[in-house]
Design a protein around this ligand. Structure first.
Ligand code: SAJ
Length: 437
C-alpha cells in the first residue's frame, strides 16, 4: 500500500517534485519563476501558444518578471512551457491560475476553471497536489473542482491532495511580489492543508494555513470586497463634498493623519481592473443562493459604477462655464489604464468615460505611455496615444483619468485651457483652469 502523503512530502522537501503551473499570466508566470528559483523543475501550461513560445524563448511578457530573470531559468532547463495538458501526467503538483471573470449578467464565468480541470483530470495520477489559485466564490473547490478529480479509488487527502490558495499578486507593486506576500492555503482535508503549506513554504516567505478551502476562498473575497466598498464610500463622500463645495481630497488627507482606526481610500473616475470590480460579485452571487443579500456590495457597485457619469457631467459643466458645448469640443484624456503606472485597461473607467463623451459628441483623443494603442471596441474607433503636452495645447478640455507618474503635470497645466482632475494629480497647484473631482 503506497503512502502517497509520505512519498509526495519527500519529493517536495527534496525539491525533486515536478511542479506544474496552469495559466501563465500575471499570477502564474511569477509563480513559475519563484518555484524554479527555489530549485524545482517547473512546467508552465497554457492554451495560448504565443505565451508558451515566448517562455521557451526565455522572453517574459509580464511587467513584474524581467526577461533577464526568466531567460537563465529557461536556459538552465528549470522552466519549460507547453500547451499540452498531457504534461500533467508527469507532474507532481499543479497550480491552477486561470481567469475568473464575470459574465455580462454579473454572474461568475467558471468556464476557464472547468476547462482547465477537465483537461488536467484526463492525465491526473495518484500522488498529485492540485491547488486552485483563481479568485472564486466559497465552495468552488469542494463543489465544482473536487468531483472532477475524485474517483472511488482516488480520494482527496489519501491518494491526492487538493487545496485553495488565493492569489494576492498586485501588478506593478515593487515592494510586494509573489515571494514576500503571505500565502493563505486551505485544503479539502487536514492532510491536504499540510501538503499545500509544505509546498508553498519551499519557495515563499510566509505561509498561512487555514482550516478549509472555503475559509481560504472567503479570505480573498473579504480582502477585495473590503477594498471595493471603501472605495465606494470614498466616492460617495466625494459626491457629498462636491454638492457642499468642500475639497474632498483635503478632507481625506487630513483624516489620514489619524494614526489608528482609519485607512485612506480615494475617490476616482470609477473602478477598474480585473479584481476589485469583479471579485465581490462572486461573493454576492453565492450569498444570494444562501438566501442572504450582499447589500453593501450592490450599493458600492452602484456608486462606483456611477462615477464615469459624474466625471462626464463635470467635464460638460466645466466646458459650459467656458461657454463651450461638449458637443464638438476637443476632449483629451490623460491615462486610460485602470490604475497608475501599469498598462492594463481591463474594466478601466477611462473606457466608460470615452463612451459617454463619444455619445455626447465630443472629439476624443488620449495620451497614455503604457497604452500606445486602444483597439476599436464598436463604440470608439481605434485610437493611438498622443504626446500629452502637444495634445493638451490643442484641446478644449484635458481630463486626468489615470495619474501616471510619468506625466509632466506642470507643463500640461501650462498648455491646457481647462483641466478636469479626477485623481488629485494637481495637488498643491492652484489655477482657474483646474476643476477637481
Ligand atoms: N481605486 C480608487 N480609489 C482607491 C484605490 C483604488 O478609485 O483608493 C481604483 C483604482 O484606480 C482602480 C481600482 O480602484 O481603478 C482597483 O485598484 P486597486 O488599487 O485595488 O488595484 P488592483 O485592481 O490591481 O487590486 C489589486 C488587488 N490584488 C489582488 O486581488 C491580489 C487588491 O487586493 C490589492 O489590494 C490592490 O491590488 C493593491 O493594494 O494595489
Amino acid at each position: 500500500m503506497i503512502n502517497y502523503f509520505e512519498e509526495l512530502k519527500r519529493k517536495i522537501e527534496s525539491k525533486t517534485a515536478r511542479v506544474g503551473v496552469v495559466g501563465l499570466g500575471y499570477v502564474g508566470l511569477p509563480l513559475v519563476v519563484e518555484f524554479a528559483e527555489a530549485g524545482f523543475d517547473v512546467t508552465g501550461i497554457d492554451i495560448d501558444q504565443s505565451k508558451v513560445d515566448a517562455i521557451n524563448r526565455g522572453e517574459s511578457y509580464i511587467q513584474d518578471i524581467p526577461t533577464d530573470v526568466l531567460a537563465p531559468l529557461v536556459r538552465a532547463g528549470k522552466v519549460t512551457a507547453t500547451a499540452d495538458f498531457a504534461a500533467a501526467a508527469s507532474l507532481d503538483t499543479l497550480n491552477i491560475c486561470v481567469p475568473t471573470p464575470l459574465r455580462k449578467t454579473k454572474d461568475p464565468d467558471m468556464s476557464y476553471i472547468v476547462n482547465a480541470c477537465q483537461a488536467l483530470a484526463r492525465h491526473f495520477h495518484p500522488g498529485t497536489l492540485v491547488i486552485l489559485e483563481s479568485t472564486t466564490y466559497p465552495g468552488t473547490t469542494n463543489e465544482l473542482m473536487l468531483p472532477m478529480f475524485e474517483t472511488p479509488d482516488m480520494k482527496a487527502g489519501e491518494q491526492f491532495f487538493m487545496c485553495f490558495s488565493p492569489e494576492r499578486v498586485d501588478p506593478g507593486n515593487a515592494k510586494f511580489q509573489t515571494r514576500n506576500i503571505p500565502k493563505v492555503v486551505g485544503g479539502i482535508t487536514a492532510a491536504c492543508t499540510e501538503m499545500g503549506a509544505l509546498f508553498y513554504s519551499q519557495a515563499l516567505d510566509t505561509v498561512v494555513p487555514v482550516s478549509s478551502t472555503r475559509v481560504a476562498e472567503m479570505v480573498k473575497l473579504l480582502e477585495n470586497t473590503f477594498r471595493m466598498i471603501n472605495i465606494g464610500l470614498a466616492n460617495e463622500i466625494a459626491l457629498m463634498c462636491d454638492r457642499m463645495g468642500i475639497n474632498v481630497w483635503e478632507v481625506i488627507d487630513a483624516a489620514a493623519t489619524k494614526p489608528f482606526g482609519f485607512m485612506p481610500f480615494y475617490p476616482g473616475p470609477g473602478l477598474g481592473g480585473h479584481c476589485i470590480p469583479i471579485d465581490p460579485f462572486y461573493l454576492s452571487w453565492k450569498t444570494k443562493q444562501a438566501g442572504i443579500e450582499a447589500r453593501f456590495i450592490e450599493l458600492a457597485g452602484y456608486i462606483n459604477g456611477s462615477m464615469p457619469h459624474f466625471v462626464v457631467d463635470k467635464i460638460q459643466n466645466a466646458l459650459n462655464d467656458h461657454s463651450k458645448p461638449l458637443k464638438g469640443s476637443k476632449v483629451h484624456l490623460l491615462g486610460v489604464a485602470y490604475k497608475r503606472d501599469i498598462d492594463d485597461v481591463r474594466e478601466s473607467p477611462a473606457l466608460d468615460i470615452m463612451h459617454l463623451l463619444d455619445k455626447r459628441g465630443a472629439a476624443l483623443s488620449y495620451s497614455d505611455p503604457y497604452v500606445p494603442k486602444l483597439q476599436a471596441d464598436g463604440v470608439v474607433p481605434e485610437m493611438r496615444s498622443m504626446d500629452a503636452e502637444t495634445a493638451a495645447a490643442a484641446s478644449d478640455c484635458v481630463v486626468i483619468v489615470t495619474d501616471h507618474k510619468s506625466f509632466d503635470y506642470g507643463k500640461i497645466l501650462e498648455k491646457a485651457r481647462l483641466i478636469v482632475d479626477t485623481r488629485n494629480a494637481l495637488k498643491g497647484r492652484e489655477s482657474a483652469k483646474i476643476v477637481r473631482l
